[in-house]
Write a protein that binds this ligand. Structure first.
Ligand code: ADP
Length: 158
């Protein structure tokens, strides 16, 4: 059975992430969206809140499961018997970081491949941090995140 994992911070999930999840769900029989808990980052949303927002957003895709874990992505992937990681690339600026991450993962786990999906042009400007900034200054979030996530962002910024 073909399985893949889409790891990330998802702080919060955006339309760009959603697009990658939808496209991945057509390529693999099972897709785990993995909220990776990273002590070095100081997220706006708790892990539980991020998982909840993803579940509400991609609940219509029956072969997508939302999970969370601390530690190394490759260890989590192995524990779920997954050997494909999915990452999204928006523009050249993502390339260097993604190259570094996937090379480290390759060194740690040569049996796990990273597959890159290019962002749709509509979403190539979109990031969680842009959505957080727009929310902070009470801007219109309509083109960034689904309504449920926009409400959660607005609540956080109150
Ligand atoms: P991380 O902290 O691991 O980079 P993110 O939640 O920021 O977590 O991103 C997870 C993955 O989704 C990364 O591969 C990132 O490049 C990709 N991604 C983020 N936003 C978009 C977007 N708008 N379009 C396509 N891919 C995206």
């Amino acid at each position: 059975m073909s399985k893949a994992m889409y790891p990330g911070s998802f702080d919060p999930i955006t339309y760009g992430h959603m697009d990658i999840i939808e496209r991945s769900s057509k390529m693999f029989e099972e897709v785990f969206v993995a909220v990776m808990v990273n002590d070095e980052k100081n997220p706006l949303f708790t892990t539980e809140e991020r998982v909840d927002m993803i579940r509400k957003t991609v609940g219509h895709l029956p072969n997508v499961k939302v999970v969370a874990s601390p530690g190394l992505t490759v260890d989590f992937a192995r524990s779920l018997d997954v050997n494909v990681l999915i990452r999204g690339i928006r523009a050249v600026m993502d390339y260097e970081y993604e190259l570094q991450q996937s090379t480290i993962n390759m060194m740690l786990a040569p049996d796990i491949e990273t597959v890159f999906l290019l962002s749709k042009p509509d979403y190539s400007f979109l990031s969680s941090s842009a959505a957080r900034t727009v929310a902070k200054y009470h801007g219109d979030l309509q083109r960034f995140v689904p309504e449920y996530v926009a409400c959660k962002l607005e609540e956080k910024m109150k």
